[in-house]
Design a binder for this molecule. Sequence first.
Ligand SMILES: [Zn+2]
Length: 801
Amino acid sequence: MRQKITALVAVCMTLTVRIWAQAPSTTPYKANDRFEQLGPQLPTPNTFRTATGAPGRDFFQNRADYDIKVELDDANQKIIGSERITYYNNSPDALKYLWLQLDQNLFEKNSTANLTTRSAVSTSGSNLTRLHNLNNAEPGAQVDPQKEYGHKITAVRDATGKPLKYTINGTMMRIDLSAPLKPGQNFVFGVDWNYNITAYYGRSGYEFFENDGNRNYFIAHWFPRLCAYDDVNGWQNKQFLGQGEFTLIFGNYKVAITVPNDHIVGSTGECLNYKQVLTPTQFQRLQKASTSKMPLKIVTQDEAIAAEKGKPTGKKTWIYKADNVRDFAFASSRKFIWDAMQTDVYGNGKKIWSMSFYPKEGNPLWEQYSTRAVEHTLKSYGNRTIQYPYPVAISCHATRYGGMEYPMISFNGGRPEPDGTYSPGTKAGMIGVIIHEVGHNFFPMIVNSDERQWTWMDEGLNSFCQYLAEKEWDYNFLSGYGEPQRIVPYMKSDPATLSPIMTSSDNIIQFGPNAYDKPAVALNILRETVMGRELFDYAFKEYARRWAFKNPTPADFFRTMEDASGVDLDWFWKGWFYGVEPVDQDLVEVDWFTLNTQNPEIEKALARSEAEAKAKTMSKIRDAATKDQTVVAKDSTMRDFYNSYDPFAVTDADKKRYQDYLASLNEEERKTLDSKNNFYTLTLKNKGGLPMPVIIRMQFEDGTDSVARFPAEIWRFNDAQINKVIATTKKVTQWTLDPFQEIADIDTDNNSFPRQAQKPTRFQLYKQQAGGRGGAQGPNPMQQQRQETQPPATQGGAPRR
Ligand SMILES: [Zn+2]
């Protein structure tokens, strides 16, 4: 314990003031640019994008309207489509050619994604399965080796039907125009295509159910669609490698989807012909749901189970219209249960449909939670960004894990066990993924960031909003994102495995922690610790408002957050978004000072007790028994004035000096003198590198405590070590850095002074069977409960559904 008491030898109060103004530094000044402005790391503001982070006066974006006819061939798992595109050139440039995206080409044998997937043949057990990836040269999707995958383009024609020259480069297709498309002009053309649908690979495809032989289809990245042309990238025609997502432009869609006539379709947009495609009963239920505050079934589980066993007798065409969307996706199956409600989410009189489509395998979770979670997401996100502008929001249940987002529709995992029980992790995962994927409507479907380049701009912002929405759903929600300590294992990992958040999507190492967790934590820290909720919420909303239906860049986000809050955050963007250093603050020591009161009654008494304490050495203690045997003790002629002088006695002269001193003080100085303050000099080290606010809790000897907060700028003159004086009226017995786990400090052992004995690591004497949260590990708590409360005969019986 290095806590020590030192009396300040202050002759006047100015010394105390000087301590505050000039914290003594024990390390030499270290120049650093952590608190300099980002400057050259951000693009120069211009007339497209201003220095405030808002769109500039020349901001433009091109548009594409689509009129599409598509057929889902269930027998052959194939998509056949034909589209008519009207492309609007709002840019100041003449365009000689157009670039379109052919995402299905990801699954071609020789796609860049397949050729650049790293792999190795291993002879050790668990890696043997990876050989499968070498054969199935595709990123994750199960494909049939007999089939060819990828977009097959069968025609590209202009409005008059004349063929247009086109060139396919991987997942990109260039269409050459006979004359450059001038600014302000539009170009109408058509594309015909088809492709074989892969098994669901996390974004799209079909899920096959062995028990009933049916497939649920989740169709996305299915039509050739325009690349973005903008002031930042020109054409954003970076290849689709599977990881970096989609950079898209807005447009109006009219889509006619032809499916087997026993299928139920969920889709981006408003259905224009429900009356034709639904049975009268289904249509009636939909009318009822349009005024219901709770989800109502449009297709019941019994009806879905009956449909599973049937066969189609023909086809049906579902017609949809979607305005101002950046993409279009749909789901189709005869297995779908469908529930819906149309509610006034924001209390503004405008009703929005919340809907869910799921097979019976999703119940009981899906019928209880999905549609309610959709509505909750619209409300939560809408309140902190912009109100949801579309007429419908859909959650479809696709496979066990994962989730994927499209405008107005998302495909989500989260599936109970076959017996209908589920672990708390499955439940939180299911509600969490629905909030996440429906939440993507705001980022990037509305705030239309460049996903191919920046994953964090949608995933990070969305995971952060998800965390807030989860807490609004249930205070005790098992959130996966947001809390600072969640990012500690990642921040502690080998720097060679870390990329800055500001890394382009396809190059990110440790993708999830980098692009989801870390930015979500960073934003939570900004909100709770650096900016405060009020300033943060205002600025975050302003960013969403400025960039709704436009395409922001990182600089637009960074600048807007500062512009709207008045908080300089360049140091924060540098540390959290451009750097990989962790946070590790070390409270090295605390020195304790008390003020010299100059009052002789107090100071001389103190000096006496100190002198007496110092005199108590071992020899003096032992010699005390013989102290009357000394020469001076025995012979009084050997004594003089000093043998009876008491240097600690208070004299009249002392008292006079004290009165003169008091008279020289002003009122404020006298107040400080009367408060008998304790002064503590803290020595702090920034061991991690990333400078952060210093938050410190003082526990006082009377059992109370108090927390002091100092902004990160405290490190601006020396980013390695600082001193800080804290004055208190009470004595501090314990100091603790970051007591509320706000800053993602990777080593909390050095956060206390005096150092706390660490909690023992608990170990078990007997190795017990793992009782997991469900799955193969053991029964989940619901199963356990059921086994305990039900007679054995009903155990492990047929599925409850
Ligand atoms: Zn996401």
